[in-house]
Structures are given as C-alpha cells and as structure tokens.
Design a protein around this ligand. Structure first.
Ligand code: CMP
Length: 143
C-alpha cells in the first residue's frame, strides 16, 4: 500500500443538508487527512467540464443541473490507499446498493443526490485534483 491523494466533493445536497462536518468526521476517523479544501459554487461550464466523461450518458444534463444547484465543498484527501479507502467510505453510487455504514447508504437520497463524489482511480485523481487545486494549495502534514 502507498500514500495516495484523491479528490472528494461534498455535493450540493450534502452541503444543503448540513452534512459537511459529518462527512469530514468519517474521512478523519478512517485515517484520511484533508490536505486541501474549499467551498465553491460551480459554474455550468465547470460542472460540464468536470463530468465531461459522462457527456453521452442519459443523466448528464440532470447531473450538471444538480451540481450547480448550490455550493459544493471540494477537498483533497491523503492517506494509505486513499482512493480505494474513500470509495469504501462513500459506498456504491446508488445508495440502495451501498454497503451498510457508508456515507451513501446512511445519508444519500438517490443515485443522483448521493452526497459525495470521489475519484475512481489514480489517473482520475490526478486530473480531478488539478481541476480544483494548484500545487501550492495542497498542504501535506507530518505523519
Ligand atoms: P459520481 O460518483 O459523482 O459520478 C457521476 C454522478 O452522476 C454520480 O455520482 C451521480 O451523482 C450521478 N448519476 C445520476 N444518475 C446516475 C446513474 N444512473 N449512474 C451513475 N451515476 C449517476
């Protein structure tokens, strides 16, 4: 296992439901460190670009609409096996299929309004971190 970084987003439904602290508590309790963070209102162009990989999917338009419906909190998580670890903490995209105790099983309303986003692999993590953060905004800490 190695120390990795991954991009995480508390989506508009998570922010609206006051779940930022609850989501961060789960990351920190699992040993992941938040090494960069910011609240932002995504523009339509930003949301379209971030989810460009889903451009041909039937849910793309609704997804973009939802992601600009309110502010989001973006963060970089760092830790052992952080990409997979974060995916376990989030649970499956569809809350009905998410493992018990995961963020989405416990807190998500639907497959779209699913509280959090997390990078799905090392290449995506690198691209997604660079989408939101300059290198100078990432603050690694002593272990
Ligand atoms: P996320 O992990 O951010 O990646 C793509 C997002 O599209 C997903 O979470 C959901 O918010 C949204 N989405 C909506 N419908 C679907 C679907 N049928 N399958 C996958 N993702 C969906």
């Amino acid at each position: 296992m190695s120390i990795e970084r991954t991009l995480s987003i508390v989506k508009p439904d998570g922010v609206q439901k006051n779940l930022i602290g609850e989501v961060y508590r789960r990351f920190e309790q699992a040993g992941l460190r938040i090494v960069a963070a910011r609240m932002i209102q995504l523009s339509q162009a930003q949301a379209e670009a971030f989810y460009a990989v889903h451009r041909e999917r039937p849910f793309y338009k609704d997804l973009v609409h939802y992601m600009i419906s309110g502010p989001v909190v973006v963060q970089v998580l760092e830790g052992e096996n952080a990409i997979e670890r974060n995916r376990e903490i989030m649970g499956a995209t569809d809350p009905k299929k998410a493992a018990k105790g995961s963020i989405r099983a416990d807190l998500a309303a639907s497959i779209e309004e699913n509280v959090v986003h997390g990078s799905d692999g090392p290449d995506t993590a690198r691209t997604e971190i660079g989408f939101f953060f300059a290198q100078s905004e990432i603050c690694p800490r002593k272990r």
